[in-house]
Design a protein around this ligand. Sequence first.
Ligand code: PBG
Length: 337
Amino acid sequence: MADSFSLDLPQRPRRLRRTASLRALVEETQLHPADFIAPVFVVEGDAAPEEISSMPGVFRYGIESLITECRELAQLGVPAVALFPKLDAKLKDDEGSAALHEDALILRAVRAVKKAVPELTVITDIALDPYTTHGHDGLLTTSRDDVDNDRTVAVLAKMAVLHARAGVDLVAPSDMMDGRVGAIRRALDGAGFHGTGIMAYSVKFASAYYGPFRDAVGSAQAAGTRLLGKATYQLDPANRRSALTELALDEAEGADIVMVKPAGPYLDIIRDVRNATQKPVAAYQVSGEYAQLQAAAKLGWLDLKKTRRESLLAIKRAGADMILTYFAKEMARELRG
Ligand code: PBG
């Protein structure tokens, strides 16, 4: 007795964690390159890609280098890109009118990518923040203290039709105006684009984790503040039930894919949404989630490869079918070995 102390345990869960092959057999969640959507920033011109300072390893591409990047993503097995334009400041105005220009950068980018890499799914953001001087996702009310919901929706519906005409596979309204998914669906169908899908940013929180993205598209400087307040349209981070209200509305209005954003700090919401819908669920690991891992890794405080994998695994385990992540390319490369 004295030399072998042992508990009388019928259940010893550690038995299945004893070897790598046993652990592989009982592993419940796996990441694949096909889980990822790569967000990619686009600029005018053909200069060398410029790195975004608050997002190391993430670049803004001119159309030519964008195509190279998209080819590489497709070859690595990443099935989709989400394109975001950064406009020259001189093209921005109060009404975001450049969003409806027939030769807008984003439309040229979509046409070029669909032509060069037709197998890649191309997704575009439907919102006015890259186009407005104030950096809001919509048009302002006359008192200029809020976004005018219905006037904004009318513009977004037109914008979605332009994107569909350019050949985009999915439009992704990220603006959080009420009724925009329904209006976009009707506009697309009215113009004959029955096959163009809607990936709705259904559950998008008013998050401080969007800071680096606003640097990337230049909507932070334009607004004069890094943490532009969008609390009258984006969800309160304190709320779970509102998330399900937004989900139900977007589903009823015709969303094909629903999204939760940000992802990592909102795993409970991803699970709630997964349990409440039969639609595919996307989650967006946003710029600030990427930046915090990069920053800690740079200081030598975290292992970048291990933490990025764990962060993505957690998002998938929570119930996401697909993940928008700035780690898409590196992660796909790593997974393919
Ligand atoms: C704007 C938009 C934002 C993001 C995607 N689309 C920022 C915002 O709402 O201000 C954020 C993405 C990220 O942080 O990576 N329509």
